[in-house]
Design a protein around this ligand. Structure first.
Ligand SMILES: *Cc1c(COP(=O)(O)O)cnc(C)c1O
Length: 426
């Protein structure tokens, strides 16, 4: 979808509804009139949008003389350093490549243990595979769904070398707790920031607190560039090792890693030049887009807080979060209405609500086959908090490109459904 098409669909919307007029009217699931139309539904979920500027940018890169195409990378990396306040940046072809690179850069070796969360995309935990290290799963905090520092210490052994932490859905993890453990036990910290472009923790950009911050530029992310990624670090050695790992020909001359400049370590992780251009444009628009999303999401949160069975991930005052995804928890035992039924009822009203789509990691087969690992992964039978949150998740749109009216209609849909929960009990 491009911007000019969006304006057309926004202009077609004329439904105006507020909470009061729909409360206690027949649920759409029971044959009543839906709160939202199909068109409005579509707009709420739109992401990403590449506009005229992105299209012109892509064409401009293609039309360059061959020797000018890759200059884009250095420019992008300088802009990343400036925005994030980082000494070094390295663009990569995916976020996964950035994470695998980080595992090598910090010097992880065969048999080393890395503390990881279970509720995340697999690249946070499987960066261990790159270097023959082993993941050690730790449960999460119920109020953020992120790695719980209070549970990490019990899992630290003489082999523990690092913590790989995700900032799930854009909510920063407890970096004070994590960094103080890292200091105490001399551990490196890799931040997986693929959900958290632009988020801040005590005034510092996420991705600059640990040793290396890794980001994805994949199409669904808050900096969409089709595919791509980058990493940030303030450490000269980590930067040089990162370049040497997957970027032959770019290893800094004044670093001993330069001896591998002609080959890399068997990987080629260079970003696509068009993605690089799209990444630059996404960076330019990041803060403004994050603000629109936050305003819309916070409005909904403020309007549905207190509905029976709903729990929100509340944002602590020292955190400025972003929303890669907008997730809330719904506890069916508090209402007697099954989660599946609530989703059906909201969807019937035209409000898209989904189940969380990430499977949790400690339940996946890859961790169970000892032959794949330098030492068997000690997979926990249960991570109770992770499993409980995972079972309660409802995903809502992030409302990045829609009018506030649609946000209001979503709120109305929730209140309409909650005004007649008794209709939905089985
Ligand atoms: C998207 C994502 C990645 C991987 O990024 P790709 O660019 O898709 O390789 C890593 N971690 C998390 C948490 C992600 O969401």
């Amino acid at each position: 979808m491009i911007e000019s098409d969006l304006k057309k669909t926004n202009n077609h919307m004329n439904t105006q509804l507020n909470n009061e007029t729909v409360l206690n009217t027949t649920l759409a699931l029971c044959g009543g009139k839906p709160v939202l139309s199909k068109e409005e539904l579509k707009n709420a979920r739109l992401w990403p949008i590449y506009g005229e500027e992105e299209i012109a940018g892509a064409i401009e890169v293609m039309q360059r003389p061959a020797d000018k195409i890759y200059g884009e990378m250095q420019t992008f990396e300088q802009e990343l350093c400036a925005y994030f306040g980082s000494k070094y940046a390295l663009s990569t072809n995916t976020g996964t490549a950035a994470l695998n690179t980080a595992a090598f850069a910090i010097g992880l070796q065969k048999g080393d243990e890395v503390i990881v969360p279970s509720y995340t995309y697999w690249a946070t935990t499987l960066l261990t595979q790159t270097v023959g290290a082993v993941p050690v799963f730790v449960d999460c905090e119920s109020h953020t769904a992120n790695l719980d520092p209070a549970l990490i210490e019990a899992k630290i052994t003489s082999r523990t070398k690092a913590i790989s932490v995700v900032h799930l859905w854009g909510m920063p993890a407890d970096m004070d707790g994590i960094m103080s453990l890292a200091k105490k036990y001399n551990l490196r910290v890799i931040e997986d920031c693929s959900h958290a472009h632009g988020a801040e923790y005590r005034g510092k950009k996420i991705g600059t607190i640990g040793d290396i911050g890794c980001f994805s530029l994949q199409n669904s992310k808050l900096m969409p560039a089709m595919e791509g990624g980058f990493l940030l670090t303030n450490n000269r050695d980590y930067h040089a090792r990162s370049v040497a790992f997957g970027h032959y020909g770019r290893v800094p001359e004044d670093h001993e890693m330069h001896r591998f400049n002609a080959t890399s370590f068997g990987n080629k992780y260079r970003i696509h030049p068009i993605s690089c251009k799209l990444g630059r444009l996404a960076l330019k628009k990041l803060d403004a887009r994050n603000k629109v999303i936050c305003d819309h999401v916070e409005k909904i949160k403020n309007s549905i807080r207190g509905l029976k069975g709903i729990t929100l991930f509340e944002v602590p005052s020292h955190i400025s979060r972003v929303y890669y995804q907008f997730e809330i928890c719904y506890d069916e035992s508090l209402t007697g209405v099954k989660k599946g039924k609530i989703i059906q009822a909201l969807v019937a009203e035209g409000a898209w609500v989904g189940n969380e789509r990430y499977p949790i990691q400690h339940q996946q087969n890859i961790y169970k086959e000892d032959s794949l690992w330098s030492a068997p992964v000690k997979v926990p039978d249960h991570l109770p908090v992770t499993e409980s949150i995972h079972s309660q998740i409802l995903e809502l749109p992030i409302f990045a490109f829609c009018e506030e009216k649609v946000v209001d209609q979503y709120i109305a849909a929730f209140h309409k459904v909650w005004s007649q929960l008794s209709e939905l009990k089985s």
